[in-house]
Design a protein around this ligand. Structure first.
Ligand code: GUN
Ligand code: ZN
Length: 452
């Protein structure tokens, strides 16, 4: 039997203003999809949500509990980045090129360095610290072609107890020799990594052919074979990002009906398949993705940086053929680790197409939307009971300008909150992340808030 004093040792509680989503505000009115508790209590047990509600309602039940209070702060579920490359951290902001030339000139030489296991480990550690500093607690991550680069990543993620999905890149053509595997070695190496890491603690594996340009049909078939043998692993690749790339894929696969069809023919399109970009997709391809329950990672900072184009948000979130959608930073073609900045640029991408991306919709994509895209919404993405308690404490007055723009106290209505949230998206970045919690434990705290 658990006595009250024993049980309270495993319990803790956080008090503050809370915002999460219980449904998709692209399809359900915001009044029904947004959950906002101006003065709330989040009760945690063994790193999971035990109970969540208004402080006034819960305070008597948990009167003995030690409460950490974040007065005047907004607490949200940890952000979810649905597409990012850890080996590209050091080559962020590489000047001048569009996709295919950018890969040759900057990306491939950089990824070559990840043959060195120790180097990969150092970068993985820096990368994960950077994610936490930006409030990101879950990501779908490309390693490099070398299996040891994936090992290094998983080890560092495991050390931080993070829910991460990652995989070794598969690429067997159109790349430098030092960066290529073969259809058969990529199959063997990926299989060994799946057996070693998939579902180990909070880690999950993604079969990761880079894109149709750098994989032969034989290698893509091997990727399909892995998905058949291990039905609950992910498929993570790039799709229809850039006009020259789409043309090249048509030349390389003359038999295919289109870019998505190259992947579809070998069984790579389904639930837990995540395709980065999709800027150049046709209507029929959006429909097929919708039909198959596959997801797109919308990577606005990358799409602008590489001049790839404007993602058709309204097609992805159409009423007729809704596609699972998350936000991706796509470091190092993306220019920020912050999902606040990514949401900011997503807003501008919508504006350029005369569309509006509301602050609630944008933050849905960064949390529950990302979780749904990764089929992880039974584990993360909001504060429902039983979920893993990954969350971020946001300071909406982190800079003098933010405080000037948003002097008001705690929002008392959704309308007020929407305005505050919008200013956070437009002006915020890592400076607005006061703290990040992983499984209920403090994993990052902004320097100015640390005890001296
Ligand atoms: N397509 C194939 N590889 C890559 C990559 O590393 N980054 C981006 N943005 N697109 C790609
Ligand atoms: Zn990418």
């Amino acid at each position: 039997m658990i006595t009250p004093s024993q049980s309270s040792e495993t319990l803790k509680a956080i008090r503050g203003s809370f915002l999460d989503f219980i449904d998709d505000p692209f399809y359900v009115p915001e009044s029904e999809s947004v959950r906002y508790i101006a003065d709330g209590l989040l009760v945690l047990e063994n790193g999971r949500v035990k109970e969540f509600g208004a402080y006034d309602t819960l305070k008597h039940k948990y009167a003995d509990l030690d409460i950490t209070s974040y007065t005047g702060r907004l607490i949200m579920p940890g952000f979810i980045d649905t597409h990012i490359h850890f080996p590209q951290t050091e080559m962020i902001a590489a000047y001048g090129e569009q996709l295919l030339e950018w890969l040759q000139q900057y990306t491939f030489p950089t990824e070559g360095k990840f043959k060195d296991r120790n180097y990969a480990q150092k970068v993985a550690a820096f990368f994960l610290d950077e994610l936490l500093k930006n409030g990101t607690t879950t990501a779908l991550v490309f390693a490099a072609v070398f299996p040891q680069s994936a090992d290094a990543f998983f080890e560092e993620a495991s050390r931080r107890n993070l829910r991460m999905v990652a995989g070794k890149v598969m690429m067997d053509r159109n790349a430098p020799d030092f960066l290529m595997d073969t259809a058969s070695s990529s199959y063997q190496d990926s299989k060994a990594l799946i057996q070693k890491w998939h579902k180990k603690g909070r880690l999950l594996y993604a079969v990761t052919p880079r894109f149709a340009v750098t994989s032969t049909d034989a290698q893509l078939q091997m990727a399909g074979k892995l998905l058949q043998e291990f039905p609950d692993v992910y498929l993570h690749t790039h799709l229809s990002e850039n006009v020259d790339e789409v043309e090249l894929v048509a030349k390389l696969f003359p038999e295919s009906k289109g870019y998505l069809d190259v992947y579809d023919q070998v069984g790579l399109v389904g639930e837990r398949s995540v395709f980065a970009h999709g800027v150049q997709l046709t209507d029929a391809e959006f429909e097929r993705l919708s039909e198959m329950g596959a997801a797109i990672a919308f990577c606005p900072t990358s799409n602008l940086f590489l001049g790839s184009g404007l993602f058709k948000l309204s097609k992805a979130k159409s009423d007729q053929h809704p596609v699972h959608l998350g936000l991706g930073t796509d470091i190092g073609a993306g220019t920020s680790f912050s999902l606040l900045v990514t949401a900011h640029v997503a807003y501008k991408v919508a504006q350029l197409q005369r569309q509006r991306l509301s602050p609630f919709r944008a933050m849905f994509l960064a949390t529950l939307g990302g979780a749904r895209a990764l089929y992880l919404d039974d584990k993360v993405g909001n504060f429902d009971s039983g979920k893993e308690a990954d969350f971020v404490v946001l300071d909406m007055r982190a800079t003098p300008l933010m405080a000037f723009r948003n002097p008001g106290s705690t929002a008392t209505s959704l309308k007020e909150l929407a305005d505050q949230l919008f200013s956070l998206i437009m002006l915020g970045d890592d400076r607005a992340i006061q703290a990040t919690y992983v499984m209920g434990e403090l994993a990052y705290e902004r320097e100015s808030d640390r005890p001296h």
